[in-house]
Design a protein around this ligand. Structure first.
Ligand code: 3PG
Length: 394
């Protein structure tokens, strides 16, 4: 794919697909990461004299102009982070957007209203893609985290204008390729999460690519139960035992070692500071549930990380939101950060709760790379082609 190194944007109208789908609570942005990571691309384009037209979706308004889902509040956040004014157009296509785009001077920035105010966005309607393309001479996609959606502003428009990857998109793709595409071995993957059923493709794909697959989170209970261990009141999927056994068998055939917990931290209730104890695999009392893995498991995982060259991490080990069941996630995360800083390990994390878990452990900026993507990171782990990326590679 082409990057900004291949583009001289001076005097050009550049449509930049960003992901401004930021977490917002009570009208306030609670995490600026996506804006902070996007701004270098805008600054580079504007600095080179481009007329930058930023578009994005925000939340899921389903084709309606839901006022709480306006991108207007992002205008100020963007301007502040960029350190320069950002204009705003009340629609992403049509006369107002066209007039605003045409009024831009070299180096100026315009933000368009939510692309999902149009039903055509999610349908990848050619009319919407045309409307967006009309605003610009070239298209730059910096929204890796929305690249799993084949929408008009991610996929459709990329086919109508010369298309380039922005710096954030480039960074994500390079980091992910170094982790799974063309990694230094041995590769360890840590996968946590509640349900095996939502991570079937992911586990299948990873077991064909990595050397060691560590399974944590509540989904580990399903594997343990499938192996005949009693898991008490632990969260698990009784209807997934056959599937779990199949995953274990396939991994073995692929030469991938699956690592399951050796011990568990159990409590009577899912509650912060619930009385708890460490038990062996066959020691889970019938009225208790596993909420974390124990010290023997932490030591076992850390031992494997000591000889690994690459780590892909998705999902926490335990119920990290409530103390003290964050212990294993924090302990392993700290070891990952230490090995990364020692230059021994390339560590990449992302998807779902992973970023908040790594943040909670205080190591999010000590990993080699933490993806800004949720669903897109998961689909990439599943080995799927992301339509937004594929459209850049044409
Ligand atoms: C995300 O936050 O993962 C992306 O912005 C995609 O959002 P969506 O799941 O609403 O398509």
């Amino acid at each position: 794919f082409r990057t900004l190194d291949d583009l001289d944007p001076r005097g050009k109208r550049v449509l930049l697909r960003a992901d401004l789908n930021l977490p917002v609570k009570d009208g306030k942005i609670t995490d600026m990461t996506r804006i902070e990571r996007l701004c270098p691309t805008i600054a580079e384009l504007a600095g080179k004299g481009a007329r930058v037209i930023v578009c994005s979706h925000f939340d899921r308004p389903k084709g309606k102009r839901v006022p709480e889902m306006s991108l207007k509040p992002m205008q100020e956040a963007l301007a502040k982070t960029l350190g320069k004014p950002v204009a705003f157009a009340d629609d992403c296509i049509g006369p107002e957007a066209e007039a605003a785009a045409n009024a831009l001077k070299d180096g100026e920035v315009l933000l368009l209203e939510n692309t999902r105010y149009h039903a055509g966005e999610e349908k990848n309607d050619p009319a919407l893609a045309q409307g967006l393309a009309k605003l610009a001479d070239v298209f730059v996609n910096d929204a890796f985290s929305a690249a799993h959606r084949a929408h008009a502003s991610t996929e459709g428009v990329a086919r109508l204008r010369p298309a380039y990857a922005g710096r954030l998109m480039q960074q994500e793709l390079e980091a992910l390729d170094a982790a799974l595409g063309n990694p230094q071995r041995p590769v360890v993957a840590i996968v946590g999460g509640a349900k095996v059923s939502t991570k079937l493709d992911l586990l299948g794909n990873l077991s064909s690519k990595v050397d060691v697959l560590v399974i944590g989170g509540a989904m580990a209970n399903t594997f343990l139960a499938a192996q005949g261990h009693s898991v008490g009141k632990s969260l698990q999927e009784a209807d997934m035992h056959d599937t779990a056994r199949e995953i274990l068998a396939t991994a073995k055939k692929n030469g991938c070692e699956i690592v399951l917990p050796l011990d568990l931290v159990v409590a009577g209730a899912f509650a912060a500071n619930a009385p708890n104890k460490v038990v062996g695999l066959d020691g889970v009392p019938a009225d208790m549930m596993a909420l974390d893995v124990g010290p023997a498991t932490i030591a076992d995982v850390n031992k494997r990380l000591a000889t690994a060259k690459t780590l892909v991490w998705n999902g926490p080990f335990g119920a990290f939101e409530i103390a003290p069941f964050d212990a294993a996630t924090v302990a392993v995360a700290k070891e990952v950060a230490r090995l990364t800083e020692a230059g021994q390990l390339r560590s990449v994390g992302g998807g779902g709760d992973t970023v908040s878990a790594l943040r909670h452990a205080g190591v999010a900026d000590r990993m080699s790379y933490v993806s800004s993507a949720g669903g897109a990171f998961l689909e990439w782990l599943e080995g799927k082609t992301l339509p937004g990326v594929a459209a850049l590679a044409q």
